[in-house]
Design a protein around this ligand. Structure first.
Ligand code: NDP
Length: 278
């Protein structure tokens, strides 16, 4: 079993590397290869074919994607659509051409229909338009499921996908503008602490989200690769009872970073109320 991981240098890819290392390089008989964009630009069919021919994988974990938070999605729906459609089409076709028997690709819970009923499940991916903020990313990801079903129907391949919720962990993109909720909060809190300024979090803080730690997700990925036999995608998330509000997430980050600037600022304001600039 020779496993090629696309996107092996990203948040999820590095977590899988870590877990495979913990297992002393994977189970017996497994060989692992982790790719970054430096090994091949997967938007190019030629480079994708070349890297697949070079490594001759039997199994693939396909993580490579253009990924980003709300603001980057709002600005770049066209890029998210085109880049991800090209990457996914190239990777699955190259896998097919070199005889890969199993591919596990990556969707996301944020691609589900905007207007939906809860709890959501895997059968509901295509039941209506996604949220308009990230329609480029969402439709490109949904097409992976179409790819998988078509490769099964025409060639009998077990190309499948997992649907993780928001991931956090080491090696994330900590950009405040372009990153996801938790890394963005960590970066903002760190700066506020360093500069002694108040921490400002956008929004009401009440919306609830599910988060999964990258190392937990990595272990589930390996289970799907080794044990899960279906083409239908599978949600990898936490239970609904473990959902947390954005405010709770921010409070947890503040605690973890031991950030007291906000508290000190409030205390100063109360103590100096008469003379403070108001
Ligand atoms: P990252 O942004 O951390 O990593 C992206 C990876 O893709 C990097 O290894 C990057 O390589 C590679 N990549 C990007 N563009 C190309 C390209 N043109 N050619 C080759 N490689 C490329 O992403 P994550 O680890 O967060 O995401 C992994 C997968 O999980 C993605 O498919 C994403 O959609 C999905 N997902 C992520 C969630 C999250 O919260 N982060 C939630 C749900 C799903 P390089 O390092 O060289 O740039």
């Amino acid at each position: 079993m020779r496993v090629l991981v696309t996107g092996g240098s990203g948040l999820v890819g590095m977590a899988i590397q870590h877990v495979v290392k913990e297992e002393r390089g994977g189970y017996e008989g497994e060989e692992w290869i982790f790719l970054s964009s430096k090994d091949a630009n997967l938007m190019s069919m030629k480079e994708t074919r070349d890297v697949f021919r070079k490594h001759q994988p039997t199994h693939v974990i396909h993580l490579a994607a253009m990924v980003g938070g709300l603001f980057k999605n709002l600005k770049c729906n066209l890029d998210f659509w085109r880049n991800n459609i090209h990457i996914n089409d190239n990777v699955l076709q190259a896998a097919h051409e070199v005889g890969v028997v199993k591919v596990v690709s990556c969707l996301s819970t944020c691609i589900f229909p905007d207007k939906t009923t809860y709890p959501i499940n895997e059968t509901m991916i295509h039941n209506g338009p996604p949220h308009e903020s990230n329609f480029g990313y969402a439709y490109a990801k949904r097409m992976l499921d179409v790819h998988n079903r078509a490769y099964f129907e025409q060639h009998g391949h077990c190309y499948t996908a997992v649907i993780p919720t928001n991931v956090f962990g080491p090696h994330d993109n900590y950009s405040i503008e372009d990153g996801h909720v938790v890394p963005g909060l960590i970066h903002k809190t760190y700066i506020a602490k360093k500069e002694g300024k108040p921490l400002v979090v956008w929004g009401s803080g009440t919306p609830k989200r599910q988060f999964i730690y990258s190392l937990d997700l990595a272990r589930l990925f390996l289970w799907v690769l080794r044990e899960y036999p279906e083409v239908d995608p599978i949600i990898l998330s936490v239970g609904e009872e473990d959902e947390v509000s954005i405010k709770e997430a921010a409070d947890t980050v503040v605690q973890a970073l031991d950030f007291k600037a906000l508290k000190e600022t409030c205390e100063w304001f109360v103590a100096n109320y008469d003379t403070a600039r108001k």
